[in-house]
Write a protein of this length. Sequence first.
Length: 282
Amino acid sequence: MIKPQTIAIPIFALLIAIEAYYVIKENRENFDRKDTWTNILIGFVSVGFGAIFAYFTSQAYLWANSVTPIQMPMNVWWSWVLLMFIDDFAYYWFHRCSHEIRFLWNFHVVHHSSNQYNLSVAVRQSWFSGFSHWIFYVPVAFLGFPFWAFVTMHGLNLIYQFWIHTKFIGKLGWLEYVFNTPSHHRVHHGVNAQYLDKNYAGIFIIWDRLFGTFEEEKEEVKYGITTPINSYNPLWINTHAWFEMYDKMSQKKTILGKLRCIFASPNMDFEEKSNLKLKPEN
Ligand SMILES: [Zn+2]
Ligand SMILES: [Zn+2]
């Protein structure tokens, strides 16, 4: 089955090129060509890995689909609307867990480690996130949505998330209340203290507003990750976080301490340091 996001690749390529042309022409910032090509290369390889993982995800999905007593009719409009919200809700939790649980962050960090913010960052996706991805979407299969309908809707969700990776679009009025927009997603890519672990939305920002993870773009965003990777090596970009996690684990003396390095937030050390500062000095 051809995924909608695969069909969109030529359009993505064209839009990345147009945006890059304007950034360079208007001399808006130091455009990092090497970073942009790295993003595109990582994107292409991730499509290949994605196809391999998709096989296993599809098997899990089809199994859940075959045992569930519920079957959703896909010839009525409301079923598609329901699927759009359910798929987006699943994405919110997949994305939130990918930030707040360290071993899942080890995959997702790839998308955040660029020091720029432009459309090419949208295609800078982890090669190996397919390991965990399926866990969050098998429930959609249990709800009785057929596989082909899920693949279509999920593809459209990912296509939606492309255009929000730009600095060229400002705030969009009332749309900011309901939809994930370039402004909301810039916040998500920020390392400013107030922007960390915020705006996990896919299409609808309502999930962040409901679950207390919403933050509005006020201060200018500083992009990247708290410890910059300073590398253009796609393999290192996809694997460095595992080595950092191993280092952290080796420093911990207790089993509990080691387990926290795997399952707690990657910002745990950051939080520990801030707590120390809060203690009265004597
Ligand atoms: Zn993210
Ligand atoms: Zn993003």
